[in-house]
Design a protein. Structure first.
Length: 404
């Protein structure tokens, strides 16, 4: 995105024109940013050619996943629905890993029938369930075990997953017991050690710590894992104060780990692939003054983008037209939903705004549309993919009649 003659453009198209043509609120993705993110990721870790499995929960638009698949990526899925979607998008089942603490028997059956690369199990009970199905089908099933490395990812508490108080994975003791159990199982083929310590991680040090934990436990059990699945979590900057996770430092730590452990690395990035590709275009419905505050009431709301209400996450907001006159006032950007948490951001200065102005909420490609809902019977926005000067509708705007 950039301004040209004070008009904001996504690739070669004016944001105002997109708003006029497709209405608001609209999710809009940039293909060139998507391509850049994927190539950058692949290049940064190319010395050990990892299998990169896109985390479908971050963005479940099938047309976007079809584009991602063309770069050779696999998928990380957490439900039968996501697995069906990944397969429908053309992702090779041999590149699909299935994570999650609560896979149902139906989901396990489906994953086993589709011959996916790995089911990453998260408890003893799950492994027994997989074994029962495998025995019934007389089929050897490839699995991973998700270790909870008790490592603080130094990210928001709500998206931290690798500490012992979190529900994810198994502790060291259980891990060792499960490895022993699997060694003696006829139809369980233990191939992978998996971890995922959290999301939006900006510092490589938690990853370094996590790798040390893995090294220690692998030495202890003396078992060769064909795959080490390091999960996702690579963070991106949502403001000018932060920088994205340094792939260089992470790469360095992994290479060090691989010197002693010769396994194929799997990554499950979501945000790092799609986060900064997406914007939510919204229109100002009303401006309401109350005391020292100016409420900027948008036609986008927490049902369209839930991250601020759910995690206190902040996203940059940009005007589609630059007016150049920054005014020091309190601007609170809110949606029309009947909840006080339906608020995007409070800013102490912004340019002068008028009703019917168009603004864009930045970096919403990950966990934007995928977390959206129909709360207040609000139809979900259209999703658009921009490639240069071309716009493609990759999901139609819902209609009220769809919701009756
Ligand atoms: N692998 C596993 C097992 C996961 O649980 C997740 C995300 C990922 C991979 C992908 O993580 P990423 O690379 O995107 O950080 N809704 C929150 C994020 C929740 C992440 C859940 N798990 C947000 O909006 O920030």
């Amino acid at each position: 995105m950039k301004y040209l003659n004070n008009r904001l453009k996504i690739e070669k198209i004016n944001v105002d024109n997109i708003a006029k043509m497709f209405g608001t609120p609209s999710y809009c993705y940039s293909y060139s940013q998507l391509k850049k993110n994927i190539l950058d990721f692949q290049k940064s870790f190319k010395s050990f050619s990892p299998l990169v499995c896109f985390s479908v929960k971050s963005n479940s638009n099938i047309n976007l996943i079809k584009e991602i698949q063309k770069f050779g990526l696999g998928a990380d899925v957490v439900s039968k629905g996501e697995l069906m979607l990944a397969l429908k998008a053309g992702i090779n089942p041999k590149k699909i890993v299935f994570s999650g603490v609560g896979k149902t028997i139906e989901e396990l059956n489906y994953a086993i029938d589709e011959n996916i690369l790995l089911i990453n199990a998260e408890s003893k009970s799950e492994i027994k369930e997989i074994e029962k199905i495998a025995n019934k089908k007389k089929k050897k099933v490839k699995i991973g075990i998700r270790l909870n490395p008790n490592t603080d990812a130094k990210t928001l508490n709500q998206i931290s997953t690798g500490k012992k108080e979190n529900k994810f994975g198994v502790n060291n003791k259980t891990f060792v017991e499960i490895v022993k159990y699997c060694k003696n199982s006829k139809n369980i083929d233990l191939k992978c050690l998996s971890v995922h310590i959290g999301s939006q991680i900006l510092d490589h040090k938690p990853y370094q710590k996590m790798l040390k934990v893995l090294e220690k436990i692998i030495n202890k059990i003396n078992y060769h894992f064909e795959f080490i699945d390091l999960g996702g979590g690579m963070g991106i900057p949502y403001d000018n104060k932060h920088k994205k996770l340094s792939y260089k430092n992470y790469n360095f730590a992994i290479k060090k780990f691989l010197k002693k452990n010769n396994s194929k690395i799997i990554f499950e990035p979501g945000r790092a692939i799609v986060g900064n590709t997406g914007t939510l275009i919204a229109k100002i419905i009303y401006i309401k003054k109350s005391g020292s505050k100016n409420f900027i009431i948008l036609d986008a709301a927490m049902n369209d983008l839930m991250r601020p209400a759910l995690y206190g996450a902040t996203h940059k907001i940009l005007p589609s037209k630059k007016r150049g006159n920054v005014i020091k006032k309190t601007y609170e950007f809110v949606g029309p939903i009947c909840e006080s948490t339906d608020k995007f951001v409070t800013l102490k200065k912004f340019q002068n705004l008028k009703e019917k102005d168009i603004v864009v909420i930045c970096d919403v490609g990950a966990y934007g549309m995928s977390l959206s809902s129909n709360y207040n019977i609000r139809p979900k926005p259209v999703e658009l993919l921009i490639k240069g000067s071309k716009i493609k509708i990759i999901k139609k705007r819902q209609k009220h009649k769809d919701l009756m």
